[in-house]
Write a protein that binds this ligand. Sequence first.
Ligand code: AHR
Length: 326
Amino acid sequence: MSKRAAAALVAGATVAVLTACGSGGAGSAGKGSGHKLVVGFSQVGAESGWRTANTKSIQEAAKKAGIELKFSDAQQKQENQIKAIRSFIQQKVDVIAFSPVVESGWDTVLKEAKDAHIPVVLTDRSVDSKDESLYVSFLGSDFVEEGRKAGDWLVKEYAAAAGPVNIVQLEGTTGSAPANDRKSGFADVVKADPKFKVVASQTGDFTRAKGKEVMQAFLKSQPKIDVLYAHNDDMALGAIQAVEEAGKKPGSDIKIVSVDGVRDAFTAMSQGKINYVVECNPLLGDQLMDLAKKIKAGEQVPRRIKTEEGTFTPEQATAALPGRQY
Ligand code: AHR
């Protein structure tokens, strides 16, 4: 067995790396000029409708761009992402891209990629590394802004109300950039008026099941809930089930604002069950593949590329529903 094959075998033993397209395996990565561009991508998991759409976008874009994608699903575990990145380094891929499950704890592995001269692109979520030389570019949303938009809606919605307005918050994965930033952006806006009170806040890990479970607990522990702020649609959709099972009407007894803009949330909005959605765009595939090509060609790329995003009222969501891709 060749040295390279042995290294790839060791690195791949604990990480399921799937080749999404193209026939070149680990052995073809990093060779000469004429080879197909190889991108190693470590995905967070499959925790939400947003994530499924993001994975599809990346896999389809790689195929379209003629890029060999080595795709690894971390199942929401940082240790799996670190293993996947090490595996990509062993395989000498051209570019490593990943969506970090949490913000902290990446410096060592990113340093390993840098030492191996493999450029890294962060996509969707960022890291809190002080050393900016550890990655080339970050493509994704402004999560603080998303939190602010949710807060702005709330302030307008309750402009005429005397208060108190009791809010429960379903947070995303603990330590993740979207959970940290959506929480702080929202808090920044609502703290301006003391009538807004976040009476309970807990992680629902961005999943429907956890969103439902935590909302059930909120409904038991909180005598009066006016508003649910969910850091993503899936948790809001799980919470809607809990609210309905408790005999209350989501959207009127308890108003709901969430983030993402997936089809199921638009359907719930068209039924009056969600009041406002802040968009987070998962369709990052084309931009990511474009970045990878430019980086490999030695072109200068922006350090930060922000995704353009809007907001949706129930009327806007109902109108957008027939054409919604995800
Ligand atoms: O990082 C983006 C967030 O992760 C999305 O809002 C959420 O649905 C996903 O799980």
